[in-house]
Design a protein around this ligand. Structure first.
Ligand code: GLA
Length: 651
């Protein structure tokens, strides 16, 4: 039986937040991990290999361009006497390709590797191609190496594909048309893993608080173990890349449709959206308007890469039609998928609260085409206006960003969000939360800085979603100590998130297993490469609510309720109140809870809109009494709630 301890306790005198916070520490991990055996099984069979000796295997390869000569030669080799020589290339993408459809199975992870050599400095890339059900061909680069007259290795590189695609090829391309040698080409089956079934399910553990999501890309979704992990632990999916402008926009179709009506296709997103539809998993849409992963031609006359920048007027029409077309395509193709949220704008504010520099992505990846056309961040409001106009009812709209615990950025986002809220255009703020646990003690941001950002966003009265959570350890140092530090940090961050759970509707991790993360060298996620749960998984599920034994549940509840009363008593005696004043009680309800911190922050951000009475102001001035209200008073209340200080006011 699963019981909701924290919520039951919330009916008591202290907030659920405090109790969960106290309970969720690494030292208190009480799940018996010894009984949770890793269930991964290994099979690393070679599917295809050739060193091209005496021409062996050469006929399995064809030229992608149809113009290349592909032959087994003895003029050079990495091992043995022979290698493959590719000559006569007329385009960079020409090169040898091998069809996988009858060699490899969908849903299974494989590796491919080889040795390659070019006569002069040149990048050689192992890539993959497949065709989706609508006939669209997709390409992805798997691994690149540089040869400058020497043999270099493309190491065993993971690849996989889903069962709804065909014409799957591996191929080797280059940065120019120089002749290419290939030797010792190997395709092998990767390890097949099974997930741990006898550990708590994250989504169940947090079911009374918020959705628990993960981000996934098409290729990550291929292994069965990833699907099993998602189905056990997550009830929300964010498509890692497949709903971004560069994945949706169709340049040729846009040109054909005229200057103001950009055309899109959901081809790249279908594999994951089909999966969400078939498994009834909700989707966080990510992202409509962003400076990054948006082609420069989108901002140029006639959608021409070398065209002039369009006028603000044309760009507004493009923005509106783009947003309209995205929502229309989803409605048409996926009417049953629950798109419960969309990031409307991503990463528009810099750390100091200013707008980005306007310019082309090809020039500098920090530049924004939107700012180039509009001159400032005024495009944001239009984006929300159009998103509101075309989003289906029930789909909530978010502004999403990183580093939101840096004051300049926090303030800019709060100001923008309050303005958009006033106009009824925004529903929430997304906190990406790409964090650095490092070794634990020197984590960035500090938990208190993170909590402060949560408080500032909660004070806007908007919803918050944690949209891309991951927390790295020190790069390339996967030691037990670092993983313990990471577990403690994750636990503390989740405590803060649970404290604010009344304001938070989803917590999404940016990926599943460490090896597939965009920050893989920092091991930032909850699961190891072999799909086993890491210490940080246990640290965030422990102490929240997951009971299998009803007797145990009752006992724990009783114990905690007793503690609750004791703590409340202590709290009252430890405040140094003037008669009739409960310092910290900003909302004058007779208790000191997180709502008081939120009331103070609301007043500080907009006193006209969120006024406090004289009595409330007096109770709220708990940091350096007499200096008026600031964020510091809210912080003092939070410190008091989390037992960092025992007395209010804080001198
Ligand atoms: C940002 C974006 C995400 C993703 C990550 C890197 O956080 O919002 O979509 O691109 O960077 O993977």
């Amino acid at each position: 039986m699963k019981v909701n301890l924290c919520k039951k306790i919330a009916a008591g005198l202290l907030s659920a937040a405090m109790l969960c916070s106290a309970a969720t520490t690494v030292s208190a991990v009480n799940i018996d991990t010894s009984s949770v055996a890793a269930t991964a099984t290994t099979s690393s069979d070679v599917i295809f290999e050739t060193g091209f000796e005496d021409g062996e295997g050469i006929s399995e390869f064809t030229g992608r361009g149809g113009v290349e000569t592909i032959e087994a030669v003895t003029t050079d080799s990495y091992s043995g006497d022979y290698s493959m020589l590719v000559s006569g290339k007329t385009a960079t993408w020409n090169g040898p390709q091998i069809l996988l459809d009858d060699r490899c199975e969908a849903g299974v992870e494989y590796t491919a590797g080889a040795y390659v050599k070019t006569a002069w400095y040149s990048t050689v890339t192992l890539s993959m191609e497949y065709t989706d059900t609508s006939g669209t061909r997709h390409y992805s680069n798997l691994y690149s190496v540089i040869s400058q007259g020497d043999w270099v290795q493309i190491p065993a590189t993971k690849f996989s594909f889903t069962d709804d695609v065909t014409n799957v090829y591996l191929y080797i391309e280059g940065s120019d048309t120089v002749d290419l040698y290939v030797d010792d080409f190997v395709i092998a089956a990767g390890t097949v893993y099974e997930i741990e079934q006898d550990i708590p399910s994250l989504k169940d553990v947090y079911s009374s608080y918020f959705k628990i999501g993960t981000a996934v890309t098409t290729s990550e979704l291929a292994p069965q173990a990833t699907k099993d992990l998602i189905e056990k632990h997550f009830n929300s999916i964010t498509l890692g890349n497949e709903l971004k402008p560069d994945a949706l926009l169709d340049q040729e179709a846009s040109i054909a449709a005229g200057n103001e009506n950009p055309q899109i296709s959901l081809a790249s997103a279908r594999t994951i959206l089909n999966y969400c539809r078939d498994n009834n998993i909700s989707v966080r849409g990510h992202v409509l308007v962003w400076h990054s992963q948006t082609p420069d031609w989108f901002f140029k006359e006639n959608y021409d890469d070398d065209g002039d920048w369009v006028s603000e007027e044309v760009m507004l029409a493009r923005m509106e039609n783009y947003i309209k077309n995205v929502f229309a395509a989803i409605e048409e193709e996926y009417p049953t998928v629950d798109f419960y949220a969309w990031d409307v704008v991503n990463e528009a504010w810099l750390d100091d609260g200013s707008a980005r520099t306007g310019g082309a992505q090809s020039e500098n990846s920090n530049y924004s085409g939107w700012v180039k056309v509009f001159g400032d961040n005024s495009f944001i409001e239009y984006a929300f206006e159009y998103a509101r106009k075309y989003a289906p009812e029930g789909c909530k709209l978010y502004y999403n960003d990183y580093n939101e615990y840096i004051t300049g950025k926090t303030d800019a986002i709060v100001e923008m969000a309050l303005d958009l809220k006033e106009k009824g255009l925004i529903d929430g703020i997304g906190m990406q939360s790409h964090l650095d646990a490092r070794s634990g003690s020197d984590a960035y941001p500090s938990v208190s800085a993170y909590r402060k950002a949560l408080a500032a966003f909660a004070a806007t009265g908007l919803d918050i979603q944690i949209t891309e959570l991951d927390a790295t350890i020190v790069t390339n140092q996967p030691t037990d100590e670092n993983f313990e530090g990471q577990a403690q940090y994750y636990s503390d961050i989740m405590d803060a998130i649970v404290e604010y759970s009344d304001y938070i509707s989803a917590v999404v991790f940016w990926g599943t297993t460490d090896d597939r993360s965009w920050r893989a060298t920092g091991y930032p996620l909850l699961f190891n490469e072999d799909y086993t749960a890491k210490p940080c998984f246990y640290s965030i599920v422990d102490g929240i609510e997951y009971e299998t034994d009803p007797t145990e549940a009752t006992t724990e509840e009783e114990t905690t309720e007793a503690t609750t009363e004791e703590e409340t008593e202590e709290e009252t005696t430890e405040t140094t109140n003037a008669p009739g004043i409960l310092y910290g009680d900003a909302n004058l309800d007779g208790t000191i809870t997180i709502s008081d911190a939120v009331a103070i922050l609301s007043y500080v951000s907009n006193s006209g809109k969120y006024p406090l009475s004289d009595e409330a102001l007096d109770c709220s001035d708990v940091n350096q009494r007499g200096d008026g209200l600031s964020n510091m008073d809210a912080t003092a209340v939070q410190k008091y709630i989390s037992n960092t200080i025992s007395v209010l006011p804080e001198s």
